[in-house]
Design a protein around this ligand. Sequence first.
Ligand SMILES: NC(=O)c1ccc[n+]([C@@H]2O[C@H](COP(=O)([O-])OP(=O)(O)OC[C@H]3O[C@@H](n4cnc5c(N)ncnc54)[C@H](OP(=O)(O)O)[C@@H]3O)[C@@H](O)[C@H]2O)c1
Length: 275
Amino acid sequence: MTSTVLITGCSSGIGAATVKHFASQGWNVAATLRNPAAAPFDDSAGKVASFALDVTDPHSVAAAVAQAVERFGQIDVLINNAGYGLFGPFESATQEVIERQFQTNVFGVFAVTRAVLPHMRERASGVIINVASLTGLVAMPLYSLYAASKFAVVGFSESLSHELGPLGIRVKVFAPGAVATDFSGRSLVRTFEGDGGPYAQSIGKVMGVFAANRGTSNASTPEQLAQALYDAATDGSAQLRYVIGEDAKALMQTRKDIGEEALMGAMRQRFGLAG
Ligand SMILES: NC(=O)c1ccc[n+]([C@@H]2O[C@H](COP(=O)([O-])OP(=O)(O)OC[C@H]3O[C@@H](n4cnc5c(N)ncnc54)[C@H](OP(=O)(O)O)[C@@H]3O)[C@@H](O)[C@H]2O)c1
């Protein structure tokens, strides 16, 4: 029987590339997105079905999962990919802005996982891959809320992997470094107005480092992420954590080599934030 993957956040970037990759490998793909009318992929081969799913709306989550099961009979792999970022000083983020970040990046992952789990449990088989971030392992300055949401996804995945392993369900978490999508254009929300007031100097320094890196950084392509997600879904292993991208691997190696405290110091130096 053909395997089926359900993916969230398929309107662009990593999600859209992953839809295409799984379909090219002969999988059925339940491609979910907030606005299926804007799906950037072709349904014509009959392998891909688009379903409306907003991870913050429990009704749309339940409906999309039910439709996917009805259409394809089963869900073998779930990829929780939908997400966006907050950038700016913690103090400038309103409670509403913070809650929205967690509703999407954390509670959204919980909601879709909870909806898919009974189907996987019934069959004692399945793989759940949560797309966190390198920022879920090492926090960059001025990303405190995005980092908190992705650290939450990493912790959730680790504990859940112990819980679901005995039931035949494997949980994995992705920690990609930079990926060349339009994330910083369309999915990065600033928490501050103007120059950020008392934080203006720090914001300027951090933005300067990121801007300088942009042209030169060895970001992964969304297609490389799609390939890595496919490989993780099909590798048959119990591996939990997948650090993706040369930049992410280099940073994790540095942390291993020099230790966590020294890395913190090096980062403060690099961003010009040493006290
Ligand atoms: N790009 C990077 O450098 C990078 C690095 C590490 C991790 N990541 C993670 O990778 C994932 C995908 O990001 P990307 O780079 O592919 O950026 P992207 O192209 O902007 O994709 C983000 C996706 O999330 C969807 N989304 C946002 N809120 C949603 C909601 N409430 N319900 C359903 N879908 C929602 C967006 O849908 P709409 O079109 O409806 O907004 C879009 O499809 C994110 O979780 C991100 O945190 C990205």
